[in-house]
Design a protein around this ligand. Structure first.
Ligand code: SF4
Ligand code: SF4
Length: 222
């Protein structure tokens, strides 16, 4: 899922200067799971902003709170258009994709309440970790299901760098060396042979650089 976390309250509050009526929209998918922008967080942020405005002695802040199924889908965003037009500002509590879909389809001024972090998951209560760097050409079948793009700090594809020590990455002893993890997993599963094969360099054309990427499924098009 997409993992995000709340921006500091003061940062969001500063963007509301001069605004009286604000539409706040949460998303029921990833950001609900990582407890950053679901229905509960929309209510908490709305209350905090109203109180902050009241304590500052400014004009009362009026908030309307909604949470849609997905902000990254026009089907759920477009119906908010009339409501958005009745407000001075829209605060999106979705990931950056949701914010952009809202801005694109509402014709309103939309600001983000979250910082979108990475593609990952929860490893224990209250901790989420990155797992995929969205490279566009997955190699997990060669690496024991451990991503060298996201789990190696240098996104190396040919084994550990010289800084790997005691299973840790040289960037921090709090970070496991991705290539140590890969080696250990391949060894445990009897697939160390995968490390002895010589492969061509990874083709990064499928990755982030080169403009926004598209997936086109002709079988699904109307
Ligand atoms: S190899 Fe690429 S697609 Fe696969 S998990 Fe890593 S970054 Fe994601
Ligand atoms: S120590 Fe390991 S994880 Fe860190 S950059 Fe080197 S190979 Fe990658």
């Amino acid at each position: 899922m997409i993992v995000a976390e709340a921006k500091p309250l003061a940062e969001i509050y500063a963007l509301l200067e001069g605004k009286k009526k604000v539409l706040m929209v949460g998303c029921k998918e990833c950001v609900t799971v990582c407890q950053a922008g679901g229905e509960k967080e929309v209510g908490l942020l709305a209350a905090a902003l109203r109180v902050k405005r009241e304590l500052a002695g400014g004009p009362a802040l009026e908030t309307t709170e909604k949470t849609v199924q997905r902000q990254c889908d026009p089907e759920y965003v477009v119906p908010l258009k009339a409501l958005a037009a009745e407000h001075d500002l829209v605060i999106s509590m979705a990931c950056g994709v949701g914010v952009q879909f809202m801005a694109e389809h509402l014709g309103a001024w939309v600001i983000p309440a979250l910082n979108t972090k990475f593609g990952g998951g929860s490893v224990e209560q209250g901790i989420w970790e990155e797992r995929c760097g969205f490279c566009g050409d997955c190699v997990l079948h060669l690496t024991g299901g451990i991503c060298p793009v996201a789990r190696c700090s240098k996104s190396l594809f040919n084994g550990p760098c010289g800084g790997s020590h005691d299973g840790k990455c040289e960037v921090s002893d709090d970070v496991a060396c991705g290539w140590q993890l890969i080696f250990d997993r391949l060894k445990a599963t009897g697939r160390l042979d995968l490390l002895t094969e010589v492969r061509p360099p990874k083709d990064w054309q499928t990755s982030r650089d080169g403009g926004p990427r598209r997936v086109v499924r002709e079988d699904l098009r109307l």
